[in-house]
Design a protein around this ligand. Sequence first.
Ligand code: PLP
Length: 384
Amino acid sequence: MMYAYLDNAATTPVAPEVAEAMMEVYRTVHGNPSSSHAPGRKAKALVETSRRDLAKRLGCTPRCLCFTSGGTEADNHAIQAAVGSLGVRRLVTSAAEHSAVIKASEFAGEQANVEVVHVKHHATGDVDLEDLARILAEGSAKTLVSLMHANNELGVMIDLKEVGALCRQYGALFHSDTVQTMGHYPLDLNDVDIDFLTCSAHKFHGPKGIGFLYINPELRVHGMIVGGGQERALRGGTENVAGIVGLAKAMELAFEHMASHAAHVRRLKAKLAEGLRGLLPGVSFNGCSDREDRLYTVLNVKFPPHPNSGLAVFLLDLEGVACSGGSACSSGATMGSHVLRALGYHDPACASVRFSFSRYTTDADIDHALDSVAKIFAPVSAEV
Ligand code: PLP
């Protein structure tokens, strides 16, 4: 049976070249990077070469990158470091952020008595930058702004340069969760005023369980996980050597073929949007996710009212299409979408489904998704 994987914002398949690079590490490198003997030095060299490669691509110095277990840890670390090490007393973020940022902010609010302020969004889903400027102009508390580069459900984006400049103007620190854009968009850190950004390898065909936090080298922060002093005491624990090598390989492939991958994905996304418009008059796109200036890997579709609405993701899976109806909790159950609710897109009569694409998505996947949608959302006859 044909199965189309259209849930790449949740995770992407590991590139064969990445798997091969990691297998080579598993086969040939067994040392602990903290050991001073030859096998340890070999492992350490791989970690540091990978860090250097990543830093070169992003235009920063290697010491700015602290390897983590992925995006969630990096988001938590940025917020904890801002509050615990840099004296931040106010967090300005959004109700549409990833739960890693929302929960870490709430936690800081409860544990450290930090004020948490949510910026408004326009009806299009875009962050209201005038509201952000107004918030920043108010009050004198040391502030961290945490706003994601691209929303993982709607694809709405911010301009990192613009928000970075605004934060600088008001003396605020700036963190951006770049989990959905890293490896998909060019990024030159010489060009952007940013203090923290987060990366997760499994969103661009790298392995799960590895990522990094970029920390502006002018800032002095403490580690969140203390232990053996690894990562310059920013993150204790024996390094995930194969994961780090896989991350660097995934970034290399992503950066070297970025333009052609993006063109391929944009074409397929437009094909799905066009096909859905043709199939279902009344279909619309939450957060204007069909627009060119949205994250090109994500299309968030609001289907017209239909008796199958409540079961759309389940029925699509049965037809052989993987997609998402909101963030999945650890048990795998769909919790609904806090993002759709926060931005006023939630509508119990209509299914909202996120389709997300990667360089491995094919025309056949899109055709299969359209055929499946046509079956599930076929007009229901008035007669029973
Ligand atoms: N931030 C965003 C925007 C994401 O989409 C995700 C993954 O779903 C994360 C953070 C968490 O990343 P990880 O799965 O590496 O912990």
